[in-house]
Design a protein around this ligand. Structure first.
Ligand code: HEC
Length: 128
């Protein structure tokens, strides 16, 4: 019983990981050798499910009009919303600004810094 539950869990995690990295390798349009590029790659893998930004090829934010307060994965669209380095670091640490939906500390340390550098540079560039 325990083993069965455990192996199903491992399988589920594997599928999620494979899916996330599959999506992540497409559509990043920031030079990969830069810190911002590494941040974009991490963003596409760890944040793209809930946030849109064309520079990382992610579409996690829901189109306006379809927005529904029960839609718990509808994070802000970073093509439209400009973030600063510090606001991203804070949001990553505490899990968004409300702390209600976005998990805290999905990335930490240098990885979190790279994501913040990426967003500070590339967010807010495609508002329409
Ligand atoms: C499970 C979905 C989910 C994931 C995964 C997620 N977020 Fe969020 N995020 C949200 C939601 C929903 C909000 C808005 C509510 C809030 O601020 O608590 C938000 C808010 C934010 C904000 C604040 C935006 C603003 O100006 O109000 C930032 C910055 C942010 N996220 C960055 C990230 C980064 C970077 C990652 C990856 C490390 C990430 N998010 C992963 C759902 C998510």
């Amino acid at each position: 019983m325990f083993n069965r539950t455990r192996s199903l869990l491992v399988l589920a995690l594997f599928v999620v990981a494979a899916f996330a990295s599959g999506c992540g390798s497409q559509g990043v349009s920031v030079p990969s050798k830069t810190v911002a590029g590494a941040g974009a790659q991490t963003f596409s893998e760890k944040c793209g499910g809930c946030h849109t930004i064309s520079y990382a090829g992610t579409h996690g934010s829901k189109p306006s009009g379809e927005t529904n307060s029960k839609d718990r994965t509808n994070g802000p669209n970073f093509d439209q919303r400009k973030e600063t380095y510090q606001s991203v670091i804070t949001a990553i640490r505490q899990g968004g600004f409300s702390g209600a939906i976005m998990p805290g500390n999905i990335v930490t340390g240098d990885e979190a810094k790279a994501v913040a550098i990426f967003l500070a540079k590339y967010s807010g560039r495609n508002p329409d």
